[in-house]
Design a protein around this ligand. Structure first.
Ligand SMILES: [Cu+2]
Length: 799
């Protein structure tokens, strides 16, 4: 089938649908001399497409109107004279959807839903998010406003329900899904999986994706289909850059360019991006460049938060080719971060350089689709004290160099067995090799010399996984997803040495130990969905998921206070020691989701997701010792398996308040969450559980112009992890104002965050280690405070 015939068939289907004109609410509201054309724009996965450009034309009526869909993908043209119209929806990465002849009668509301298609001749090639049928999944297109307003890709991810952010450096925030984050969450970027090449996780996977590169984000908090599993205790986050678009047959070259610039007042953060794409019918080449630089931010009390500066440059080149039923996409990327401060750590990033290659291949085989990725990344990471910490009294100069290599592939075949059942089978590999070496510092032997401290020597973690998954639609109301997955994880590391004989006892014991470990893991997912009516759907499921320990959890070998103080990605200032015999953690989750919605002139939607997770062998810590500096106490901790329980719930929803031609559209959106986590043996809290929190936003949109107020309320954090000496944080509320304008060629947005310049401690921010160091290690260490008022401006030009 050619694109044309499919398109023609789709067009006919739409036209038939439109044959039956449904009288709507508009009839009562509008005067009887006009009509309304309203609908929803969706992508091939069925996900709504926000900010798609929708154009309505009628030569006879001299109507030429443009709108952008809202967050739910909706649009509505009102006060239209009767006649014949042409309706077009355009969004980047998709072929336009067109209804060429839309008959419109007075006094009626015309439903005109538009389905975008992937812009390739091979219609069997579909978007990755297609597999996500879960109600609890949030899948959305990322618009330029979100790109321009976010300091890092994790901030975009955190807009989804169930996600909170752990602060970790300007570019390196870490998403927590239902209280389980960092390596307990599977992060997939354009099909790639990479590990953090740093004992402090200064370079987590999302730090390699510039906000400008993010086109679609899918978040599965809690129950994850096994096809998106493997190391996915808390869930899966999939971040995708835009799919290549090719020229239409008969048309010339397809060329798309855009440029973005942004400025944020607090911390003097500025930067921008450039996107260029040129394609013929079969091949295309594109480039995305991104640059960001910022100084330290100031909190609400006017206090400068040192070591929160960062600078980074990204270059990504994309080559794509398509043939009949085939699609190749090759991405080559260079990421360079010359410096990034870490206020909660003893060290900063003084250089991070990574290059990567990612090849994706898709083809139709029989009735099914084969989707394969092969990727490689090489990371050079250097830590030392950065330019703020070097000004403190008693600066501790200490170079630490890490070299990480990620290699992997994934192959997946999706086969529709009948119109009811679809089968997915897949196999994937992720191999991570790590060296972590700390060169000697002249004149400091035996403490930091004369030898190089070898922290991790040729550490490797290899995960090989296979899965089978069946998605079935039993009836109009019932559908299910069942999956089983096996992952085998092998870890090992070669012999180590300390700076001097001072470290020999630990090094000898480590070198004599049997270090190779093999962990067979089994994951299971069972999910059922019941679409009770057009107003309500319910989903419930069970998942068992496993994660084998990372290299530092097993192989960080030194019990020396100074050396163990360099290990740990928790921002708590504590000291960490590994345990070779650590077992994988296994989470058993039961979760449900209720989705209720109302249609009509004032649509609304409400989603509720309660969950309970029991984690067997949760990798927590045992306290080895505590140490005091001045008025502050720190703990030396050793990774250890303990059982833990987490439960909580997410809520999200939106209500259209008003909608009309003069007043535009007004709506309220809300996202809230609550999680309770504790160790089952002690009943005490788990580290960094986000307290009850709620975000509200009131927005109005009129003809490309939008404005709104947001509020975020967070309860006090009082359930604490005693082992990590976690500190309480008080509750707070923040307000923001945002406005934006969008036309065909220019988009601009203004935000004022923390409008009232409130001073507040971040519940997941860890401690302010910089202030403690600046006070000569004497004072009381305090929780990190958040950013004070900040005004930001971003502009995107498309040409
Ligand atoms: Cu590091």
């Amino acid at each position: 089938m050619t694109m044309k015939t499919i398109f023609g068939a789709a067009l006919m289907a739409v036209t038939c649908l439109l044959g039956s004109v449904v009288p709507g609410y508009a009839q009562q509201k509008q005067q009887q001399t006009t009509a309304v054309v309203a609908g929803v724009v969706k992508d091939p996965s069925g996900a709504v497409v926000p900010h798609a450009r929708v154009e309505l034309h009628s030569v006879a009526n001299d109507v030429n109107q443009t709108q952008f869909t809202d967050r739910q993908g909706r649009f509505a043209f009102t006060a239209l004279p009767a006649g014949h119209y042409e309706l077009t929806a355009v969004a980047s990465g998709f072929a336009p959807a067109i209804i060429r002849d839309l008959p419109v009668q007075v006094g009626s509301e015309i439903p005109a839903n538009l389905a975008l298609r992937i812009a390739t001749a091979a219609t069997s090639v579909q978007v990755e998010g297609q597999s996500v049928s879960s109600l609890a999944a949030t899948s959305k297109k990322v618009d330029t406003d979100a790109q321009g307003h976010s300091r890092n890709a994790a901030e975009i991810v955190a807009e989804a329900p169930g996600v909170t952010l752990r602060a970790n450096g300007q570019l390196a925030s870490i998403p927590m899904l239902h209280g389980l984050g960092d390596e307990r969450t599977k992060i997939v970027i354009d099909g790639m999986t990479v590990a953090s090449s740093c004992p402090n996780h200064m370079n987590p996977p999302l730090s390699y994706t510039a906000p400008a590169q993010v086109s679609q984000v899918t978040v599965l908090a809690g129950i994850t289909p096994v096809s998106l599993g493997g190391d996915s205790l808390g869930g899966t986050v999939s971040v995708e850059s835009r799919l290549p678009v090719f020229a239409e047959s008969g048309a010339g070259l397809r060329e798309e360019s855009s440029a973005t610039g942004f400025y944020r007042s607090n911390g003097e953060n500025y930067g921008g991006s450039l996107n260029e794409w040129i394609a013929g019918r079969k091949v295309g080449i594109g480039y995305t460049g991104y640059f960001t630089t910022s100084d330290d931010y100031t909190d609400g009390s006017g206090h400068r938060i040192t070591s929160t500066y960062a600078q980074s440059t990204d270059h990504v080149v994309t080559l794509a080719a398509q043939g009949a039923g085939n699609l190749f996409v090759l991405q080559a990327a260079l990421h360079h971060t010359p410096y990034e401060g870490f206020v909660s750590a003893q060290m900063d990033m003084v250089r991070n350089y990574a290059n990567s290659l990612n090849l994706r291949y898709r083809r139709a085989i029989g009735q099914g689709t084969l989707d394969a990725h092969i990727f490689w990344q090489n990371t050079f990471h250097e830590m030392n004290i950065g330019h703020d910490k070097s000004t403190f009294p008693m600066p501790m100069n200490m170079p630490m160099n890490t070299h990480g290599r990620d290699f992997g592939y994934s192959v997946r075949y999706e086969l529709p067995l009948s119109d009811k059942h679809t089968l997915r089978i897949g196999n994937e590999l992720h191999r991570f090799v790590l060296d972590d070496r700390w060169p000697p510092v002249a004149g400091t032997a035996p403490m930091m010399g004369p030898n190089t401290f070898v922290d991790i020597n040729n550490g490797r973690r290899t995960r090989l996984g296979s899965y089978v998954e069946a998605v079935s639609k039993w009836s109009a109301k019932w559908s299910t997803l069942f999956g089983v997955r096996n992952d085998t994880v092998w870890t090992n590391a070669d012999p180590v040495q300390g700076y001097s004989d001072m470290y020999a006892m630990d090094a000898d014991a480590f070198n004599a130990a049997h270090r190779a470990r093999t962990d067979p893991d089994i994951d299971l997912t069972a999910l059922a969905r019941f679409d009770a009516s057009s107003y309500s759907s319910f989903e419930f499921g069970y998942a068992r998921k496993s994660r084998a320990p990372n290299l530092y959890e097993r192989y960080a070998w030194s019990t020396n206070m100074m050396a163990s103080g360099m290990i740990g990605w928790f921002g708590d200032g504590n000291y960490y020691v590994g345990t070779i015999r650590l077992r994988p953690e296994v989470a058993n989750t039961v979760s449900g989701t209720a989705l209720l919605h109302g249609q009509g002139a004032k649509p609304w939607e409400l989603t509720l997701t309660p969950y309970v997770t029991y984690v067997e062998d949760y990798i927590d810590v045992n306290s080895l010792a505590t140490t005091m500096y001045g008025m502050s106490t720190f703990a030396q901790l050793q990774f250890a398996n303990h059982n833990a329980r987490l439960y909580g719930g997410d809520l999200s929803g939106n209500v259209t308040l008003w909608s009309g031609d003069r007043v535009g559209k007004g709506e309220i959106t809300a996202v809230g969450g609550w999680v309770h986590g504790s160790r089952t043996d002690t009943g005490k809290g788990l580290y960094q559980m986000m307290p009850l929190n709620l975000r509200l936003s009131l927005d109005e949109e009129v003809k490309g112009l939008k404005a709104g107020f947001g509020a975020q309320a967070v309860d006090s954090k009082s359930r604490l992890d005693p082992n990590r000496l976690e500190q309480a944080t008080p509750g707070y509320a923040l307000f923001d104002f945002h406005a934006g304008y969008r036309s065909r060629f220019v988009q601009g947005a203004v935000n004022i965050d923390n409008l009232f310049n409130r001073n507040y401690a971040l519940p997941l921010g860890g401690v302010n280690f910089d202030d403690f160091m600046a006070g000569m290690w004497m004072g009381q260490i305090k929780p990190l405070t958040g950013r004070g008022r900040s005004a930001s401006l971003s502009m995107t030009a498309t040409f």
